[in-house]
Design a binder for this molecule. Structure first.
Ligand code: THU
Length: 159
């Protein structure tokens, strides 16, 4: 029997449709994206995480001559957050990805490994993390949980 899974996401027309907090996250992700170390892919990604205490933590992708040793912006950010703010919940995660050129406007979603890593912290904190992803311009897609990006989720409940 074939079955269907539905996921929900919100389509936000662009920056001007964001509320003030979301705009702050967009700006923070855009700014930190500039710090990306991406000499190999020339694809820069910035990530901003809003914590429950109101602080915003940011990070960018960091590449390496030994390619697999590099790390995405999302994981750079959430690992640093967990290391420096243990027990502090993550409320929203905003990602902006775009190549140096040409500048596209298609929302860039978190890769599979990042989805899995975000899920770990969402499960740990017992509260959903809203995910926003976009390019430097154009639509912004939002899900209310990383589980919408990872419908068949593997987490510690299986272990
Ligand atoms: N990248 C991220 O930082 N986040 C993602 O979710 C997708 C990919 C980075 C990894 C690499 O440095 C570059 O983008 C091209 O894959």
């Amino acid at each position: 029997m074939q079955k269907e899974i539905k996921i929900l996401f919100e389509e936000i027309a662009g920056y001007s449709e964001l509320n003030e907090t979301e705009k702050q996250l967009f700006e923070a992700a855009k700014k930190v994206r500039e710090s990306a170390y991406a000499p190999y892919s020339h694809f820069k990604v910035g990530c901003a995480v809003l914590l429950e205490n109101g602080e915003i933590v940011t990070g960018s992708n960091q590449e390496n001559a030994a390619y697999p040793s590099g790390l995405c912006a999302e994981r750079t950010t959430i690992y640093w957050t967990s290391a420096n703010y243990p027990g502090v919940k993550m409320k929203k995660l905003f990602v902006i990805g775009a190549p140096d050129s040409p500048l596209g406007s298609t929302p860039i979603p978190p890769c599979g490994s990042c989805r899995q890593s975000i899920l770990e912290y969402e499960a740990l904190q017992g509260e959903k993390i809203e995910i926003y992803f976009t390019s430097l311009s154009g639509q912004i897609f939002k899900t209310s949980s990383v589980r919408d990006l990872l419908p068949f989720s593997f987490d510690s409940s299986f272990l």
